[in-house]
Write a protein of this length. Structure first.
Length: 241
């Protein structure tokens, strides 16, 4: 989960962080939030990259660019990210629909209101649209089967687009997967997408394409436990949808 909070008050940013962490703990166990804070719309837009966030919380009343103005700038290049306005007034509720905001939190709000807003945020659709960028290639997370290291190259094995090769350092490459619990390092220089793993057979992951990805015998018990935990979590989330 990658989130941005745009608010000129540090206390308000802290309250949103607390609510978001609680929501993820209760509904997406294992999901690691990567939360960036910004004190103004200008500060956010100076660093904004389309597709970088799953959800953005925006204070309506700030010095400089208003929340609506900031949201309009975001929507010029990013049509997918969920936008939630956080404000002290409902005066701009109609304008929020123009930028396809999925929520409108009026301060002060209780966690229950935050929870209902998150339920409307289309997070499952956003999660399915997540991607990483490797050089000039954008790769949806769900199309990645596994990644390995071949000499100085990183190899990314995908279902339909074959193998992508990059000279990006493997450590730098793997940091892109830090927020996503479905990617498991099964031995040094190899990452497997547990979303695409159907079962474990001996010392291999059997992917949903039939491909087999080996893992370390030394770490067998740990890997089997992590796979079982992730599978249970995934099945539980499916039941809650």
């Amino acid at each position: 989960m990658k989130a941005a909070i745009i608010d000129d008050l540090a206390l308000c940013r802290e309250e949103l962080q607390d609510c978001l962490n609680r929501y993820l703990d209760e509904n997406y166990a294992g999901e690691t939030p990567m939360i960036h804070e910004f004190e103004s719309g200008e500060a956010f837009l100076s660093r904004f990259v389309p597709g970088a966030y799953d959800i953005i919380f925006i204070d309506q009343y700030m010095d400089g660019l208003s929340g609506i103005d900031t949201a309009q700038k975001i929507r010029e290049t990013d049509q997918t990210v969920a936008l939630v306005f956080v404000t002290t007034s409902i005066d701009h509720a109609i304008e929020s629909f123009e930028v396809r905001a999925c929520g409108y939190l009026v301060k002060p709000y209780q966690y229950e209101k935050f929870e209902k807003t998150m339920e409307l945020a289309r997070l499952e659709k956003i999660r399915n649209a997540r991607f990483i960028q490797v050089e000039k290639n954008k790769l949806l997370l769900r199309e990645i089967l596994w990644c390995g290291q071949d000499g100085h190259y990183v190899e990314i094995h995908t279902e339909k687009r074959g193998i992508f090769r990059s000279r990006l350092p493997f450590g730098e490459f793997t940091r892109q997967f830090a927020p996503y619990p479905q990617f498991l390092t099964c031995y040094k220089g190899c990452i497997v997408n547990l979303e695409r793993a159907q079962r474990i057979d001996g010392l291999d992951f059997v992917m949903d394409t039939g491909e087999r990805v080996p893992f370390s015998a030394r770490d067998r018990k740990k890997i089997e436990a992590l796979f079982d935990e992730y599978t249970f979590r995934r099945e539980r989330e499916d039941e809650l949808e």
